[in-house]
Design a protein around this ligand. Structure first.
Ligand SMILES: CCCCCCCCCCCCCCCC(=O)SCCNC(=O)CCNC(=O)[C@H](O)C(C)(C)COP(=O)(O)OP(=O)(O)OC[C@H]1O[C@@H](n2cnc3c(N)ncnc32)[C@H](O)[C@@H]1OP(=O)(O)O
Length: 169
């Protein structure tokens, strides 16, 4: 990686919202929308945010804390809202909130899922590259950044602990 200083960007610069009607082809055996379909939409929304923030290609490195809170039904409109919560040297945590507008009651959007993903910006050879920092502008953005730092510390220490336990086995 080079030593370029890329400055900072606010979360608002790369925030993305997507909306999609849930068609029958996305249903599981129970007739609800398949969780994997929701995960794909979450990944794509977060990917668009990561590409905007980093100004180029970015890949999904991890997806954790994906919570499915309510079922989504065929015919509902699914909306994803995503923003950068934290930016490191080459990696970013993206938070995604998923809401459904029920087809029979669109006036009451429901919070149906949430997820945190780590994206890494890569160059043409697939190697990690430097990204701009994040400049939080609102109290909510400061809180998200602080909480993302806690999640990152847990991710890294869990990985290190597991590697250490394998060395000892
Ligand atoms: C301008 C254009 C706009 C256009 C707008 C278009 C919108 C269009 C939207 C479509 C959007 C589709 C989005 C789909 C995106 C895929 O589907 S990507 C496909 C699935 N993912 C992959 O194939 C990735 C496979 N993995 C890899 O290639 C490598 O493991 C990675 C991720 C590059 C990391 O490589 P590495 O050698 O481990 O990197 P390393 O230097 O050790 O670490 C780099 C950083 O990553 C972090 N990291 C690595 N692994 C992890 C982990 N597991 N957990 C947490 N952090 C990690 C490190 O802590 C480090 O962080 P920093 O301190 O630098 O911030």
């Amino acid at each position: 990686m080079n030593e370029l200083h890329l400055g900072t960007l606010p979360a608002s610069y790369s925030r993305v919202e997507l909306a999609m009607v849930m068609e029958r082809t996305r249903a599981n055996l129970h007739g609800n929308v398949h969780g994997g379909e929701i995960m794909k939409l979450v990944d794509s929304t977060a990917g668009a945010v990561a590409q905007r923030h980093s100004g180029g290609l970015a890949v999904t490195a991890a997806m954790d804390e994906m919570a499915f809170l309510r079922p989504v039904h065929v015919g509902d409109i699914l909306r994803t809202f995503a923003q950068v919560n934290w930016a490191g040297s080459s990696s970013m945590e993206i938070g995604v909130r998923v809401e459904a507008e029920p087809w029979d009651d669109p006036s009451t959007p429901l919070h149906v899922a949430s997820a945190y993903l780590v994206f890494v910006a890569v160059d043409g050879n697939g190697r990690a590259r430097k990204i701009p920092g994040l400049g939080p502008e609102t109290p909510d953005e400061v809180r998200r950044q602080r909480e993302a730092e806690i999640r990152r510390a847990h991710r890294l220490s869990a990985k290190a602990e597991i590697l250490k336990s394998r060395d000892g086995s």
